[in-house]
Design a binder for this molecule. Structure first.
Ligand code: ATP
Ligand code: TZP
Ligand code: MG
Ligand code: MG
Length: 269
């Protein structure tokens, strides 16, 4: 995929400012809303079972995240997910901590079975656990992985008929007919909580303006990673606090010039 396509999709996000409905976790709610706003999208968090179907139907994308799950939230996610499926609204699922406890693994499987998920986005361990394998996870953070993330993403995509996105040093985006590898970002992203969750929401914003989920997710990965690199250049050695603030600034500033200079996307069809 060329840099121009990525810039065009980013421009579409900013022009259309799609509504992104998030049912997410208590840790990252504010950061996710601010990150989506910085990018140019329009966030809403709505969790009540009485309103989630209505909200999901009017959104450009629905983002489900089980970071701080409970029975009511899981039910709300399934109601919202089914409504989004009926209305043709893309659904992104972030299986935070899948494999850390049986409850999380079961909830993730239930959501994947009852909702047609367009993009499954997690770290390698989470995606392995959703694919029915053993992924090494410590709470919500990925541990060492034995398996190649490319093979793992392909397997998860085939099992659930979805686009699977595994993030890390290289982001792998796999679906039945495409594979993208995106080498952008910075290890500092792992020192700020919620950067994975916000990335899943940013994929939602791109899916709202581009029907091909693989193309949308790969573009989102490049934009997100280039913004992180720019933030590191500015906040430098200051540390994670300054980086978090500067990253929001750079999500607002990233554009065609920095994408064409720094986006690193490998495409296989
Ligand atoms: P974990 O909890 O294991 O950190 P996560 O859900 O927070 O997982 P990450 O895999 O950390 O998600 O991905 C969040 C963002 O950080 C993505 O944009 C990803 O590309 C980026 N990222 C993660 N690790 C690195 C790295 N070593 N180098 C560059 N970018 C990275
Ligand atoms: N605990 C439950 S959810 C959550 C934590 C720390 C946030 C995880 O965010 P991310 O984006 O996976 O780092
Ligand atoms: Mg993280
Ligand atoms: Mg995560």
């Amino acid at each position: 995929m060329d840099h121009q396509t990525v810039s065009q999709l980013l421009a579409r996000v900013r022009q259309q400012s799609p509504l992104v409905h998030n049912i997410t976790n208590n840790v990252v709610t504010n950061f996710t809303a601010n990150g989506l706003l910085a990018l140019g999208a329009s966030p809403v968090m709505a969790y009540a079972q009485e309103e989630v179907a209505e909200m999901a139907r009017m959104a450009g994308a629905l983002v489900l995240n089980i970071g701080t799950l409970d029975a009511e939230k899981v039910t709300a996610m399934i109601i919202a997910g089914k409504a989004a499926n009926d209305a043709g609204v893309p659904v992104i699922f972030d299986p935070v901590g899948a494999g850390a406890t049986a409850y999380r693994t079961e909830a993730a499987s239930r959501i994947m079975s009852e909702v047609q998920v367009d993009v499954l986005r997690g770290n390698a361990a989470e995606v392995a656990n959703v694919a029915g394998k053993h992924g090494n996870i410590k709470g919500v953070d990925a541990g060492e992985s034995m398996e190649s993330p490319i093979e793992l993403a392909k397997e998860a995509a085939a099992k659930w008929k979805t686009t699977a996105v595994i993030t890390g040093e290289t982001d792998v985006i796999a679906s039945s007919d495409s594979l993208f590898l995106v080498r952008n970002g910075h290890p500092m992203l792992t020192k700020v909580t919620g950067t994975g969750c916000l990335f899943s929401a940013v994929i939602g914003a791109f899916c709202a303006v581009e029907q091909q989920a693989g193309k949308a997710a790969a573009s989102a990965a490049a934009v997100y990673g280039v913004a992180a690199e720019a933030a590191m250049t500015i906040s430098g050695e200051e540390g994670p606090g300054s980086f978090q603030v500067e990253f929001l600034n750079q999500l607002a500033k990233v554009g065609a010039e920095s994408i064409s200079a720094f986006a690193n996307i490998e495409t296989f069809n």
